[in-house]
Design a protein around this ligand. Structure first.
Ligand SMILES: Cc1cc2nc3c(=O)[nH]c(=O)nc-3n(C[C@H](O)[C@H](O)[C@H](O)COP(=O)(O)OP(=O)(O)OC[C@H]3O[C@@H](n4cnc5c(N)ncnc54)[C@H](O)[C@@H]3O)c2cc1C
Length: 283
């Protein structure tokens, strides 16, 4: 059995954070092993909507230290540059899609009851301003619409690339579940990087980690309507691999603190009814 050296690093978790971290580490020359109970296609990451939204419910301002916003801005700018390098490469794991934000006929906005951090304005210069969409270009002429480009991630292609590059550079992946903190700390590697997502709450006793429930409905692909839209608390993204529909609630309180992952079909049907109204009004 290989014995661990100073240069050996264990990454626990094979979601998008674990795979990205492991790839960056192996690129520095470290010997990296990923340990995870779920491999990429099985993780929560694989079922994300795939919209670039770096400050979406990242945390409560009451939990952030004074330097957090600066750190977040550096991460967001670095990751933006890095993701742009993936646009246009084989398999198109990342691409720009036009997003339409459609208003009109909706209830007034209700503020969240918690102080969520909002940092998007810090990086507003990275993307073009989302202007009013001229009536002739709106898919929904009955409503006022703002639109602009957004980065979309095809998570399966993106994972495929991360895994391939990681293995090509000598990384190893081991399927292992850690039932408790002691089992994770018994790994041979002198450095362990925690990329366990929500799993970290139980293993490391991280009381600040809060589940934020969300679910997506995944419909057949519609190549003739390739755009994203947001209307009346519903987000829809027409991706190459299917149309993703998600109910987002009135504000950021939606799903906060809810760990129940039972699928709620009625929620998706309500979201589809909202979209149907939008398209019917167009006729
Ligand atoms: C419906 C929905 C839509 C979303 N849409 C978006 C979106 O459009 N844009 C966006 O930016 N974000 C979105 N998100 C959030 C995003 O999916 C997550 O923030 C992200 O996937 C978290 O990645 P992760 O690698 O930290 O965790 P995960 O993907 O959860 O991976 C955790 C890894 O740790 C391993 N692990 C955990 N515990 C243990 C243990 N005890 N032993 C061994 N291994 C363990 C798991 O097996 C897994 O490999 C969405 C989330 C949901 C639920």
């Amino acid at each position: 059995m290989r014995s661990a050296g100073d240069n050996d690093i264990a990454v626990i978790g094979a979601g998008v954070i674990g795979m990205t971290t492991a790839l960056r580490l192996v690129e520095t020359g470290a010997k990296v092993t990923i340990y995870a109970s779920e491999f990429p296609a099985e993780t929560r990451s694989a079922r994300a909507t795939g919209v670039r939204s770096p400050s979406s419910r990242i945390g409560l301002s009451s939990n952030a230290d004074p330097e957090f916003a600066d750190r977040w801005e550096r991460w967001a700018r670095n990751s933006w540059s890095s993701h742009l390098q993936s646009v246009g490469i084989a398999g198109d794991p990342v691409e720009f899609l036009t997003q339409y934000n459609v208003s009109g006929g909706v209830e007034p906005k209700v503020s969240a009851s918690r102080p969520f951090l909002h940092l998007d304005r810090r990086i507003a210069d990275l993307t073009p301003d989302w202007g009013d969409t001229p009536q002739s270009e709106r898919p929904f002429p009955t409503h006022f619409t703002r639109s602009g480009p957004n980065l979309i991630f095809y998570v399966s292609e993106y994972f495929d690339r991360l895994v391939r590059l990681f293995l090509m550079r000598g990384g190893r992946m081991v399927r292992r579940a850690f039932p408790d903190r002691a089992s994770a700390l018994s790994l041979r590697e002198p450095v362990i990087v925690n990329c366990m997502g929500y799993g970290a709450k139980a293993i490391w006793g991280d009381a600040e980690l809060v589940p934020v429930r969300g679910q997506i409905g995944w419909l057949l692909p519609q190549p003739e309507a390739r755009y994203a839209l947001w209307h009346d608390k519903v987000q829809a993204v027409s991706r190459r691999d299917g149309v993703i529909v998600q109910y987002l609630g009135s504000n950021e309180d939606w799903g906060f603190g809810i760990a129940d992952e039972t699928a709620d079909r009625a929620e998706t049907e309500r979201a589809l009814a909202t979209l149907r109204r939008l398209y019917t009004e167009q006729e």
